[in-house]
Design a protein around this ligand. Structure first.
Ligand SMILES: Cc1cc2nc3c(=O)[nH]c(=O)nc-3n(C[C@H](O)[C@H](O)[C@H](O)COP(=O)(O)O)c2cc1C
Ligand SMILES: *[C@@H]1O[C@H](CO)[C@@H](O)[C@H](O)[C@H]1NC(C)=O
Ligand SMILES: *[C@@H]1O[C@H](CO)[C@@H](O)[C@H](O)[C@H]1NC(C)=O
Length: 512
């Protein structure tokens, strides 16, 4: 939704010029405009990030200021944006997710835009997935401030927001307004009919993102005062949020948690989860829209015991959830920061703050979890695969399917494969198996179709800071790599940088 084109803004500048200055000022202004509004501009990192931090010592205040600035810039059409997304010559980064060909496999994760104020400004920065929220049914304040802390030397954060939210209704209003504006600016009129037309795909764009090749995820959560043990109440909370927000989402994200009570058997663990998730899936399917949003669950990296992961995977299959977002912040501090790292006394103290830690330190854990989820999810199809004349090919246990889809997916799968081989410096024995075992039984296309039918989608979040890591994560079986903390320390050009690094890695792998 480009409200104002660069041309408009430039003609404004031109008028200013005629009034006040001379042609030189115009040229300077136009150049600055093009520079500042380009996500590749270094100013977003070396100027914007430190200045924001300097003006706002409190991390939460800085976040609010950043959001407000982006929102204002967007409304004037002078927001930073990725100008060369198509022209990024070289490797094609597109991936197939939920039947959509996404422009690239990078996403921003929940908590950046808690109220859904700036989804379009975030999409303009270059990711193919933006996740807004979480939103709770009723408004709630979250924890007392301060509740967000920086560890600058580690490029890490600790937060205990406690899910502050203005409520699902408020978010729905904002998202509805956005759809109506989109409809208006694209000549479909204004009002409920125009909204309906856009939401039913009449404008040729996904109803959530409103941009071809991109998707909007909306995260929902339960209110704090809703008791965990009261399953029906928890389920009602989620279903309420779905009813309000599903029309405006391409993907709904819910939080699940698998209790780790000793002696609790798998079934006892799986039942309650399954019931909650079934409620969400059911409500999402009955949304009054041509295509229902997909449902994903987000799982904590701290729930990493075999029984917990198995329980969650089982609940995913049983409830019909479409995928899982692997990773989040961690409550653990043990072995988080290597011994040899010398933290200042102040940072030591901050490290002891309660809350969820996020930072580059989490990458290996995220990677390990993605591999485990990929393997378990692929092992346990919900129903036996349909009988085939050919000998049945078991889904490969190798975590090497970042995408399940046709055409370009092929390209990226293979490129990522070879990238991984070159990164690992190995002959890629593990990954070679994939192609081999598939070709044995079915044709590649048949196998892929079957896979598409069965395979659960994985997004990964936690400690991803560069293109090489994003490739590793995709190669481990995720379809999308989401970022948050890297954006806070790297500035608004971070998504562009990560994509550029991915392209470079893939080019290098191709040449070798
Ligand atoms: C300040 C802050 C707020 C967050 N809020 C949420 C949230 O509301 N819901 C959620 O699922 N994750 C939330 N997260 C977690 C992020 O979405 C992400 O999963 C996590 O930070 C790990 O990714 P990263 O290493 O790229 O930051 C939040 C993280 C931070 C730092
Ligand atoms: C992820 O962690 C944050 C704290 O950083 C928490 O508020 C949020 O609820 C968690 N998300 C999910 C889906 O569990
Ligand atoms: C996530 O879900 C679990 C299980 O329902 C619950 O215990 C936990 O409080 C939830 N967290 C949030 C932030 O909603």
């Amino acid at each position: 939704m480009q409200v104002t084109s660069p041309a408009d803004a430039r003609s404004l500048v031109t008028r200013l010029k005629n009034l006040l200055f001379g042609a030189s000022i115009f040229l300077f202004g136009a150049f600055s405009y093009l520079y500042i509004t380009d996500t590749r501009a270094g100013v977003h990192q070396w100027l914007a990030v430190p200045v924001l931090r300097w003006i706002y010592p409190d991390a939460e205040d800085a976040h609010h200021a950043g959001t407000a600035t982006l929102k204002a810039l967007y409304s004037f059409g002078i927001h930073p944006r990725e100008r060369n997304s198509k022209a990024q010559d070289g490797a094609d980064l597109s991936v197939e997710v939920f039947g959509h060909k996404l422009q690239n496999p990078i996403g921003t994760s929940a908590g950046i835009d808690k109220l859904a104020e700036i989804p379009d400004a975030l999409l303009a920065l270059g990711p193919a997935i933006v996740e807004v929220g979480g939103a709770t049914p009723y408004p709630q304040d979250g924890n007392p401030k301060p509740r967000v802390f920086r560890l600058p030397s580690q490029k890490a954060l600790i937060n205990r927001y406690g899910l502050n939210s203005l409520g699902a209704e408020d978010m729905a209003m904002r998202l509805r307004e956005r759809v109506r504006l989109f409809a208006y600016h694209n000549g479909y009129g204004i009002g409920p009919e125009a909204e309906e037309l856009v939401l039913n795909g009449g404008a040729g764009v996904p109803p959530g993102s409103l941009v071809e090749g991109k998707l909007l995820a909306v995260q929902i959560a339960k209110n704090k005062f809703t008791k965990d043990e009261d399953l029906d109440a928890v389920r009602r909370d989620y279903v309420y949020c779905v009813e309000k927000l599903a029309p405006y989402a391409d993907i709904l994200v819910v939080n699940v948690s698998s209790p780790n009570t000793p002696g609790l058997r798998t079934l006892q663990r799986v039942e309650p989860l399954t019931r909650i998730l079934e409620g969400v899936v059911g409500a999402a399917k009955s949304v009054n829209r041509k295509t229902a949003p997909k449902v994903m669950v987000k799982v904590s990296p701290d729930e990493d015991q075999d029984e917990q992961i198995e329980g969650i995977v089982e609940a995913i299959w049983r409830s019909g959830v479409d995928g899982v977002i692997v990773g989040n912040t961690t409550k653990r501090r043990h072995n988080l920061i290597p011994q040899h790292v010398d933290l200042s006394p102040k940072e030591r103290q901050i490290l002891d703050e309660q809350g969820g830690f996020s930072g580059p330190h989490m990458f290996e854990r995220t990677l390990g979890l993605v591999k485990r989820y990929r393997r378990l999810l692929d092992e346990r199809p919900p129903v036996p695969p349909p009988p085939k004349p050919e000998p049945v090919v078991k889904p490969s246990p190798s975590p090497a399917k970042p995408v399940a889809g046709p055409a370009s997916a092929d390209v990226i799968t293979e490129t990522i494969e070879s990238a991984k081989e070159s990164l690992a410096g190995s002959s890629g024995a593990g990954s070679a198996e994939v192609g081999g075992s598939l070709v044995d039984g079915l044709t590649r296309d048949q196998a892929r179709q079957e896979q598409q039918h069965e395979q659960k989608v994985i997004f990964a979040t936690g400690g991803i800071t560069n293109g090489k890591q994003a490739l590793e994560i995709l190669n481990a079986g995720a379809s999308v790599a989401q970022i948050y903390t890297a954006l806070i320390y790297g500035g608004l050009g971070t998504v562009s940088r990560i994509k550029r690094e991915m392209t470079e890695e893939m080019e290098m792998a191709r040449k070798n």
